[in-house]
Design a protein around this ligand. Structure first.
Ligand SMILES: NC(=O)c1ccc[n+]([C@@H]2O[C@H](COP(=O)([O-])OP(=O)(O)OC[C@H]3O[C@@H](n4cnc5c(N)ncnc54)[C@H](OP(=O)(O)O)[C@@H]3O)[C@@H](O)[C@H]2O)c1
Length: 239
């Protein structure tokens, strides 16, 4: 996809990786970017560029998704970035936390894609980017609700791909490792800068790739592919 010809829609655009997506898309010459946030008042700082259109959107709210699609009728690039992480081991995590992470990371991603696929198709096709995680296929102790939600989202993205392909819509799955944002504040470990992750993901959009392991995630993915069981045990040992 040629980003200079794209009109983008970014969920969770007010902070973290989403905010960097908006800034980077502008730098790369995107035509327009809809910056969606639960609280559009938190988008301050992104609105100086007149190519940015603020949108109020909670990805768990079906009515708000329909409303967003009715406003953003020219979208060709959807970036499913919004995400939630509830901490807790597999035996003690609260049911509410499991439901919350699933609602944002899995159901929200699916609902956004289903509704916006009609918009993108009407515009001749385009790309959907899903911000998944290495934890889509690895289980970090203490992240059990999040791990499961990202695994479900990965599975759904693969179910969607052939249907979207018929509508001339590509699906790019991004599998980052740790990123230095509020999501992992207080968690020790190696983290990529959000700018590094976003640059790798947008390069993959340009190259029409199906999967990308941005930043340091590529090495982790290579190790997992070489010996999945060894990686599972290495992650379990972090408990
Ligand atoms: N940080 C990491 O280490 C890491 C690693 C791999 C993958 N990822 C994924 O990368 C994406 C971006 O993460 P991040 O690091 O930027 O996280 P973050 O700093 O915690 O930001 C999360 C964003 O998602 C939004 N959000 C949460 N629930 C939402 C909802 N129901 N509806 C709409 N927006 C909602 C937040 O909005 P509010 O300000 O309203 O809360 C915020 O804009 C996520 O999908 C995350 O799972 C992150």
């Amino acid at each position: 996809m040629d980003i200079t010809q794209a009109t983008a829609f970014v969920t969770g655009a007010n902070r973290g990786v989403g905010k960097v997506f908006v800034a980077s898309l502008l730098e790369r010459g995107v035509r327009k970017v809809y910056a969606a946030a639960r609280d559009p008042g938190s988008l301050n700082g992104l609105l100086e560029d007149d190519r940015v259109v603020p949108v109020a959107l909670d990805v768990t709210d079906a009515e708000q998704i329909q409303h967003a699609a009715a406003i953003a009728t020219d979208v060709t690039l959807l970036i499913n970035n919004a995400g939630a992480l509830s901490f807790g081991g597999a035996l003690e995590v609260e049911q509410e936390a499991i439901v919350r992470d699933m609602a944002v990371n899995y159901t929200g991603l699916h609902s956004m894609t289903r509704v916006f696929s009609m918009v993108i198709e009407a515009n001749g096709g385009g790309t959907v980017v899903n911000m998944l995680s290495l934890l889509s296929f690895l289980a970090a102790p203490g992240f059990s609700a999040y791990n499961a939600s990202k695994a479900a989202a990965w599975s759904m993205s693969m179910s969607l791909r052939p249907y979207l392909s018929q509508r001339n819509i590509k699906v790019l799955n991004a599998f980052p490792g740790g990123i230095d944002t509020e999501m992992l504040a207080g968690v020790d470990g190696p983290k990529d800068r959000p700018e590094t992750v976003v640059a790798d993901v947008l390069n993959a959009v340009t190259e029409d790739l199906e999967d990308v392991y941005p930043g340091a995630a590529q090495d982790a993915f290579d190790a997992w592919r070489a010996d999945p069981k060894a990686m599972e045990k290495a992650f379990a040992a972090m408990m």
